[in-house]
Design a protein around this ligand. Sequence first.
Ligand SMILES: C[S@@+](CC[C@H](N)C(=O)[O-])C[C@H]1O[C@@H](n2cnc3c(N)ncnc32)[C@H](O)[C@@H]1O
Ligand SMILES: [Zn+2]
Length: 188
Amino acid sequence: MISRKKGVPQAQILHRKLMELWQRGQSEFCEVRGSEIHGRGVYARCFISREKRIIEYVGELIDKKMSERRGLSQHAKSLKTGDAAVYIFTLSKNFDIDGNVPWNTARLINHSCAPNCEAWVEGRRIFIHALRDIGPGEELTFDYGFDVDTFEDHPCLCGTPECVGYIVSREQWPELDARVKAKNGKRG
Ligand SMILES: C[S@@+](CC[C@H](N)C(=O)[O-])C[C@H]1O[C@@H](n2cnc3c(N)ncnc32)[C@H](O)[C@@H]1O
Ligand SMILES: [Zn+2]
């Protein structure tokens, strides 16, 4: 039996909430397509000007304890299947967003060493903005900001002339360079 609140069926309320959630994860500026970088990616459907807000990175608000647990399990799953990924996005000192929900289109944005987008935290929400003018049909990318400690787990296939070979935060590129040289030195 369907329960009612103020005359509105519960199922209808739930449906409306789900539709609102779904809407927040969509954008008229981009669409999902097969990517040359990896799996599926997100592409510009039209010209997008610099700094434009393109799409929200929606998901579940979780605390750091839960985030660590989910991050580990998502990573373990990705090692097993080879194609899953980590969708946890840092929000603040105390909270993260777990974007591993089907209505979060932005979870499919790939990493690039020369990204055309970046994530802006606005309160408890995350939005993807254009870092520069983006032409129609260009794949949207941002810097995943992964730590250099795990560089060997994340080879980069972005294919840009700037590619450093691994998905590592740009801030840590000097450290990455040193570690890659040390690694190659050991081999040689
Ligand atoms: C959040 S998903 C992005 C969407 C992914 N392409 C898909 O189809 O599920 C992140 C995963 O995509 C892959 N990926 C993203 N950017 C990449 C890149 N530049 N080089 C290699 N793999 C990448 C990695 O496996 C990463 O863990
Ligand atoms: Zn790269």
